[in-house]
Design a protein around this ligand. Structure first.
Ligand SMILES: [Zn+2]
Length: 415
């Protein structure tokens, strides 16, 4: 909310003359009361009785506790959503052992496309300012961050002779002669590799004066991790090139939690960049609470960008703002900052099955939601989905339009 606060004892509370929030069942004069629902005093994790109601002022709410101005326990409800409480309870997983989005409170109650906690915070701030107009508060500004995951640095270059032969054979057997010709031309050096879209990405970012973070998969040779040969000189020179002007983080591999290879992947990336790697996003957005975040934090990551669903766009934690991971299993906050990601190329195309035009419409709608609360909009693209092949035709334009729109929204508040 941009307002400083501190907690205090009952005695201090009674003697204080400034803006006060009373988080108890007891009534006190000259303060804003929020009646606790109980969640924040519990020490264990167990299923909560939740009924989500529609509301004109608060949009959606639950944990109703009062009939006053703030009719629900806004602290407990926000905590429930931000801590991802429901992901600690027994739940269904999808084919990649990820929490299945269909069962989430936000999806079931139709608020996955709303940064609900941010909207609550704004409404709450308004109530505080009405009662205590002289209070000092900071205005927030809309921010945008473009992120690109590199699962395949190149389609053909540096993948090794065996994979190249297999790829070529497959194209011929499946009568995809255009692909076979394309591969041969790339191998002969007379055509640019189709996944080499870096110049296009950088031009789009720089023209719009925006920020870009890359996340690189430092693994190859498993069913779900098929980057180029990691020790190929081209891999090293590509990463070095990206590091010059943009931030480069790790994209921990599919099995990195099970086989604990994430540390080795981090070290390898650091060896290439000669920089400390502190930013990360899980490949396949695959994470389990709290284990994944515990491990990432323990080996020195400070910022994670995985908070998103692969199967649906929107706000997994009901916020667009970065927030610290709270480990419910230990009942304590951590130092790992989670940056919610709002849209991903693959989600728009494969899960929603949108055309490029429909995708742009959805992006616009979600950007507007973030703009309303002056939050941060993070998009996720892949260098490989900007290749303009048959499958991804028209999606370069979506990427360009998204960045132009983000740039306009960012600049509007400066003028
Ligand atoms: Zn990936």
């Amino acid at each position: 909310m941009g307002i400083d606060y501190k907690t205090c004892t009952e005695e201090e509370f009674k003697n204080y003359n400034g803006a006060k929030i009373n988080y108890s069942e007891q009534f006190f004069e000259n303060s804003i009361q929020i009646v606790p629902q109980g969640l924040l005093f519990e020490e264990n994790i167990f299923p909560q009785q939740i009924e989500v109601a529609d509301d004109e002022i608060w949009s959606k709410l639950f944990f109703l506790t009062s009939t006053s101005e703030i009719p629900f326990d806004i602290f407990a409800a926000a905590f429930y959503l931000l801590s991802r409480y429901e992901e600690y309870l027994p739940h269904d997983v999808d084919e990649h052992k990820r929490f299945a989005h269909q069962q989430s409170l936000a999806v079931k109650n139709n608020f996955i496309e709303l940064p609900l906690v941010d909207a609550w915070a704004n409404q709450f701030k308004e109530i505080i300012l009405q009662q205590f107009p002289s209070i000092i508060h900071q205005q927030k500004a809309f921010k945008f961050l473009s992120t690109v995951d590199i699962d395949f640095a190149y389609k053909y270059n540096g993948i090794g002779l065996k994979r190249q032969v297999l790829k070529l054979g497959k194209s011929i057997l499946q009568l995809r002669f255009n692909d076979a010709v394309e591969q041969l031309l790339v191998m002969l050096g007379s055509k640019k590799d189709p996944y080499d879209t870096y110049d296009f990405i950088h031009k789009t970012i720089d023209n719009n004066r925006l920020l870009l973070h890359y996340f690189v998969l430092m693994k190859t040779g498993t069913t779900h991790d098929k980057n180029m040969m990691l020790h190929h000189p081209l891999m090293k020179s590509t990463i070095k090139k990206l590091t010059k002007n943009y931030s480069v983080g790790l994209h921990p591999s599919y099995y990195s939690m099970e086989d604990k290879s994430v540390m080795n992947e981090k070290l390898l990336l650091e060896n290439f960049t000669q920089l400390n790697t502190t930013k990360t996003r899980q490949h396949f957005l695959k994470f389990t609470l709290p284990q994944t975040y515990q491990l990432l934090e323990s080996i020195g990551f400070t910022d994670d960008y995985t908070m998103a669903y692969s199967g649906i766009s929107g706000f997994r934690a009901s916020t667009s703002f970065p927030f610290l991971f709270f480990d419910l299993s230990k009942n304590q906050s951590s130092t790992l900052l989670l940056h919610p990601t709002i849209v991903m190329d693959v989600t728009l195309k494969n899960s929603h099955q949108f055309t490029p035009q429909q995708a742009m419409k959805k992006i616009e709608q979600l950007i507007n939601e973030v703009k309303k609360v002056n939050g941060t909009f993070i998009s996720l693209w892949h260098n490989s989905s900007l290749c303009e092949d048959e499958e991804w035709k028209g999606w370069r334009e979506v990427f360009e339009k998204l960045h132009t729109l983000a740039s306009i929204k960012t600049q509007k508040q400066i003028d």
